[in-house]
Each structure stands twice: as structure tokens, then as C-alpha cells.
Write a new protein. Structure first.
Length: 68
């Protein structure tokens, strides 16, 4: 089984290292995000902001903005 999961670190290319680095960084950021979201002491601040995606922007956007 260990032969199957063996990694030849010396044979890794720059693209392999970039992919490995990005994977590890994104994994750590996701763990931090999950810890922040699921901590009970952050519940009130998150509950206060839960409707933000559904609120309308104040600025006019699109074709009705008067040519701005």
C-alpha cells in the first residue's frame, strides 16, 4: 500500500508544486472559514448579516443608470 501512495518529490515539476501549494492553502482557508462560521460566539454577527445577498444595491446598475 505504501508503494501506491509513494511520492517522488524530486521529480515534481513547478506546476506540480504550484498545484500542491494551492491545494494546501485552500484547504487551510476552508478549515478557518468553517471554524469561524460554526463557532457559537459568532452566531449573532452572522445572523445579522444573513440577508445581505438578498438586499438591493442603492446604486443603479445596468441599463437604467442613465448612461453613467
Amino acid at each position: 500500500m505504501s508503494d501506491y501512495f509513494k511520492t517522488d518529490w524530486a521529480a515534481m515539476t513547478a506546476t506540480d508544486w504550484v498545484g500542491l501549494t494551492l491545494t494546501v492553502v485552500i484547504f487551510v482557508l476552508m478549515v478557518i472559514a468553517y471554524v469561524q462560521v460554526f463557532r457559537p460566539k459568532h452566531r449573532d454577527s452572522l445572523e445579522a448579516r444573513k440577508h445581505i445577498p438578498f438586499e438591493e444595491d442603492i446604486e443603479d446598475i445596468g441599463d437604467n443608470d442613465g448612461g453613467k
